[in-house]
Design a protein around this ligand. Sequence first.
Ligand code: A2P
Length: 308
Amino acid sequence: MVFENNDVMPALGLGTWQAPRGEVGQAVLEAIRCGYRHIDCAAIYGNEKEIGEALKSVLDAGEVRREELWVTSKLWNTRHKQADVIPALKKTLADLQLEYLDLYLIHWPVAQDSSTQPPSLVPLEQQPIADTWLGMEACLGAGLTRHIGVSNFSIKKLKKLFETAQHQPEVLQVEMHPLLAQNELVAFCEVEKIYLTAYSPLGRPGSSEVPDSAPSLFDNPIVANIANQHGCTLAQVLLAWAMERGTAPIPKSTNAKRLKENFASQNIALTSSDMVNLNSLDCHYRFVDGSFWTPPGSPYNLQNLWDE
Ligand code: A2P
């Protein structure tokens, strides 16, 4: 994925959501040693310091140069005030031991006030995204990040952001896998020249947070059949599907074998009939449905969060 300034975001990244402290540093080291050059982080994951130690060790040892790495992080909900954005990014940079990020994203279109415990949910009318975006643009102007974007935004929220943005968002990160293909969003982003990164591209296998009633991509005969035909794993099929449609999947793993397996998905060439079969699985199923932003009394509900 090549940006206007010729920066390149590698099409496959390492996700670090729910990569626990004590494991994530080693996973980042192993990932970089097996060829990953794109690491997806966020302040709220609580593991940026350990990731920073790992990055420092490979950079200091000359195993990789900074300009060969693509590092993303995300602004948390409690730092949406324009004046809070640069300080939040500076904290992330200090934790990651980096001078600049490649990409900084607004993590959720949700604002929270950290002066209360737990932080209260603040309506977007009170803390508008347009104000937060001014802070994001200031980060860009200060050279603290090379690109800015958003995460978990709908087409409607992107269009609203376009109305005030001086600098358009360059990347959108959303949950995306064959059960949640979001074809309309993919088409919209193509027209608007916004690259898409796909989180939870494997559909969160084995997560205790996923209800038993949820569909599983790993039990799916269509995915299994394609994996058989290519002599590869189901995970590799899912990642190849994401890349084939021009999106950048960021599977999380802290397991050395699965890190390699996921990276090798770049060698799998799905056929157009594989893509048709995988596209038939779309049922708009969200594993991360955002219901944690909708407790009683919240200004957010699933309708105004996703605009659908
Ligand atoms: P682990 O870290 O033990 O490898 P997603 O990115 O869709 O949210 O999925 C992340 C989950 O998928 C993690 O629990 C991760 O566990 C697991 N996982 C990552 N890669 C693979 C793989 N190749 N095969 C099976 N499970 C995987």
